[in-house]
Design a protein around this ligand. Sequence first.
Ligand SMILES: [Mg+2]
Length: 206
Amino acid sequence: MAEPNTLFWDNGGVILTNGWDRDSREKAVEKFHLDWADFEDRHELMLHAFEIGGATLDEYLRRTVFYRERNFTPQEFKDFMFEQSQPFPESLEFLGALARTKRYEMATLNNESAEINDYRIRKFKLRDYFEAFFASCYLGIRKPNAGIYQLALKITQRAPQECVFIDDRGLNLECARELGMHVIQFENVAQLRNDLSGFGITANEK
Ligand SMILES: [Mg+2]
C-alpha cells in the first residue's frame, strides 16, 4: 500500500487555541458581565448556523449578546473574541517543517465560523502551511458529519487511504476512520511526530 501523501489538519487544540470555546465564553461572560445561562443557551442555538456560514459574526452577536442594550460595543466584543486565538508555537514550527518538504498535500479540515477562520488564517499566516482550507464555514457542513470528510476527499481527488487526518477530539476522528482515512488523535507535538513517522511522514527538522 502506498504511503499517505495528504494531511488534513484540525486547527483548534492542534496548531492554535480553539477559536471560541467554552473557556473563552466563560471569560467573556466575566469580562462583559453577561448572564451565563442566557448567553450559553443563545450560543447553542446559533452555533450551527455560525459555523456553517449561515450566520455572520454580526448576526451571531446580535442574537447572543446585542439583543438588548449593552454598555460595550460590538467591536469591543469582537476584539475580545479574536484575542482568544493564540498560536501553539511548537506545533506551528513542526507544521512549517512538514510544509517546507513539499512532499505532502496539506489542508485544514476544521470547524470554525467565517470571520474567526479568516482572522486566524491571516494572523498566523496559515497560507504558508496549507494549500487549501476545508472549513465548515466554507463547506456548509461541520465535523463530525461524514459529508465534510467526503467533500475534502472529492475536492482533493484523494482516496481515503492516501490521507491522514489529525484532530484533538476522538469523535471527529471516528467518521474519518470509518471512511478509511488514517487518523491521529493529537496530544502533543512529540507524539504527533512519532505517529506520523509511522506512516512514513517526516519533516527535515533542524
Ligand atoms: Mg480541535
